[in-house]
Design a protein around this ligand. Structure first.
Ligand code: SAM
Ligand code: SF4
Length: 348
């Protein structure tokens, strides 16, 4: 049976084959129809406001060795740093003072920042300002997740990276996809708003794998779906691989929006690093979130997940202003709320 694009785009749900069909679209006119539909659904479920999340990359130490990532433990070529709790708390104040209502605390998997230290940082940030706190610290202990929730954390971003269990183990030195998914389910059960996501264009990954990524995020009921391209990083096993395609990333974001509907989708820095208009293109294909990087100098230069990361040498305030201009230039508004998940239907 041949698949009909218009008919599929108007369905409530997609089968795996239908997702594969959408991701394989090649004709310019058809891809445009997909993007227009994603933009329509974004408008219906999320409106025209773009939510900003101020990111603090507070440590680039990592105990893990993900094959694709420049922060992997075995990469001896980068200068490692840790911000002090006071520096993190000051940066969070700066984010709040410019009107951004979400602070994202991100790092490698760095055990130096133990349960109590992270709890102290979360608690102090929440005492100082009316912001939501998102944690993006990798796989940590279940008791830690619980303690950090009690300390005031609102959200946890932990990308599943790939829904193909065989590839997951290859990229993560024998670790299991089931374990990562278990962490996401546990975080959700604790009341965190959960974010997951994938990387597009990893070695050996196929279009059906991307369809499985979308279906997994749907099944998990994620509050945020972060779909971004893989970009090779020097001194990693995948340093000579090709980066993920911008067009395939946009198609994946669009299909994710159409199927998952009331979910936050960021227009990622990685997409913007591959394409001068990556943010704008992402925002027009279903995205409604942008995550400006507020990591101060001299640290931000060393959070080198991948090559040519956009804005890595620029001042955080300038990056923020430029992002505001770019969002407004495409007719979108800046949200002044915390931007909690539309799924929750709550007003904090
Ligand atoms: N360590 C935490 C974790 O892994 O969740 C948070 C920091 S990690 C640097 C954040 C994200 O960076 C990962 O989820 C991964 O998808 C992304 N990333 C790592 N290497 C990348 C690369 N080469 N290209 C694009 N994104 C990459
Ligand atoms: Fe570490 Fe996260 Fe990079 Fe993996 S993706 S090496 S856990 S920083």
């Amino acid at each position: 049976m041949s698949l009909n694009l218009i008919q599929i785009l108007n369905q409530e749900n997609f089968t795996r084959d239908e997702i594969i069909f959408l991701l394989n679209l090649q004709k310019e006119e058809e891809i445009k129809q997909l993007f227009v539909k994603a933009d329509e659904i974004r408008k219906i479920y999320c409106g025209d406001e773009v939510h900003l999340r101020g990111v603090i990359e507070f440590s680039n130490y990592c105990d893990e060795n993900c094959m694709y990532c420049g922060l992997r433990d075995d990469n001896f070529s980068i200068s490692r740093y840790r911000m002090s709790p006071e520096e993190i708390i000051e940066t969070a104040k700066l984010i709040s003072n410019v009107g951004i209502k979400t602070v994202v605390l991100q790092s490698g998997e760095d055990g130096y920042f133990d349960t109590d230290m992270i709890a102290y940082v979360i608690y102090t940030i929440k005492q100082n300002s009316d912001v939501a706190v998102t944690l993006s610290l990798g796989d940590r202990g279940f008791e830690e997740y619980r303690n950090w929730k009690i300390a005031g954390a609102d959200r946890y971003l932990l990308k599943h990276e790939t829904a193909n269990p065989r590839l997951y183990s290859i990229y993560h030195n024998g670790e299991h996809l089931d374990d990562r998914v278990g962490h996401l389910r546990y975080l959700k059960s604790l009341g965190y708003q959960i974010g997951s996501g994938n990387l597009i264009g990893l070695p050996s990954q196929t279009i059906p794998d991307l369809a499985d990524d979308i279906l997994l995020m749907h099944e998990l009921g994620v509050n945020m779906a972060a779909v971004g391209p893989f970009i090779p990083s020097p001194f990693t096993p995948y340093q000579n691989r090709k980066h993920g395609s911008v067009e395939l990333t946009l198609k994946t974001m669009a299909v994710t929006r159409i199927l998952l509907k009331d979910v936050h989708i960021p227009a990622t820095t990685a997409l913007d690093s591959l394409d001068n208009f990556g943010r704008e293109k992402g925002l027009n294909c279903g995205a409604n979130v942008v995550m400006p990087n507020f990591t101060p100098h001299p640290y931000r230069e060393n959070y080198t997940i991948y090559s040519n990361k956009r804005g890595i040498n620029d001042d955080p305030e300038l990056v923020h202003k430029s992002i505001l201009n770019r969002i407004q230039s495409i007719g979108r508004k800046i949200s002044h709320t915390r931007g909690d998940s539309p799924k929750l239907n709550i007003n904090i």
